[in-house]
Design a protein around this ligand. Structure first.
Ligand SMILES: C[S@@+](CC[C@H](N)C(=O)[O-])C[C@H]1O[C@@H](n2cnc3c(N)ncnc32)[C@H](O)[C@@H]1O
Length: 286
């Protein structure tokens, strides 16, 4: 029944905006779309949308969760990254659009690689979105990869995603405190580590502060703890011509360069995000 559907959308719009959600109609549509497993166009072209009591109830419940600040991705358990949908939960960082630059940069750099066998290590894999997207994008390569994380609950979500993309043979997951449980050498080591200064976490918008795991945000007093720890130990895990690729936070570019130069690396590439912020850096052994 089409009847009732747009009333529900109208209600959702009012309800969400009353609770301070911007773009309330748009968000209501997305919640409905995801709950009913439908594409937007279908709402407008299909006069037979079935909206039984249970579905209505489910949408209303989800609208209520949204008013508490929970992001849509965490309500529905799914988030788009690099044109694919990944499972997410409260135990993993929501994949961010700016992290897609990490995948784009690595793709660009490896474009003219002659060696077609690539071993990849993803430090702090979270949902596994970077490692999986890279695997799917590096189609001309024979890729084998490992994603590590200190959080077991994050690894459970990453495992779910590996299964979804049927990559459980090609990509491995391990619990590890950075390199504590990593063996062997890699051609590409990448990471989007926690890089928010501890004192800034409370100032983040509530969707992030309250629903992304603290461990995925907290970069220590100056936000650079993970870069320091990784830079000190990474050398022996990198092949001679291997690259290190990191996502970095606003204003961290110079400081992170210093850390890596001091530990024997040279910058070979950097990329800004859409706001002009230095967002991704790539290093090689000096
Ligand atoms: C910013 S999140 C990135 C998640 C994912 N790679 C992404 O880009 O969406 C950082 C990840 O690092 C993990 N992490 C934090 N400290 C760690 C450590 N000492 N060793 C391994 N992983 C760690 C967190 O659990 C979290 O999953």
């Amino acid at each position: 029944m089409r009847d009732g559907f747009f009333e529900l959308i109208d209600f959702g719009e009012k309800f969400l905006s009353k609770h301070g959600v911007k773009m309330a109609r748009f968000e209501t549509m997305i919640l409905a779309e995801k709950t009913l497993n439908m594409q937007r166009l279908e709402f407008f072209t299909n006069s037979e949308i079935l909206l039984d009591r249970n579905k209505k109830k489910k949408i209303l419940k989800r609208l209520f969760k949204r008013t508490e600040g929970r992001p849509i991705s965490k309500i529905c358990g799914k988030k788009e990254f690099f044109s694919n949908e990944f499972f997410v939960s409260d135990n993993v960082l929501d994949p961010r659009p700016e992290s897609e630059i990490v995948v784009e940069v690595i793709k660009k750099i490896t474009d003219n690689y002659l060696n077609k066998n690539l071993r990849i290590l993803d430090l702090g894999t979270g949902s596994g979105c970077l490692l999986i997207s890279l695997f799917l994008e590096l189609k001309n390569f024979y890729v084998r990869g490992i994603g590590i994380d200190i959080s077991e609950s994050a690894l459970k979500i990453a495992k779910k995603n590996l299964k979804k993309f049927d990559l459980t043979k090609e990509l491995l997951l391990k619990k590890s405190d950075w390199f504590s449980n990593v063996h062997g050498k890699f051609d590409i080591i990448l990471s989007n580590p926690p890089y928010i200064e501890t004192s800034d976490i409370s100032k983040l918008q509530r969707e992030v502060r309250d629903y992304d795991p603290y461990i995925s945000l907290n970069g220590g007093v100056d936000g650079l703890r993970a870069y320091r720890e990784i830079s000190l130990r990474v050398k022996r895990f990198l092949n001679k011509d291997g690259i290190l690729c990191f996502e970095i936070g606003k204003g961290q570019y110079d400081l992170i360069n210093k850390i890596f130069y001091k530990n024997g690396f040279k910058l070979i590439y950097k990329e800004k995000d859409l706001q002009g912020i230095d967002r991704v850096v790539v290093y090689k052994l000096n």
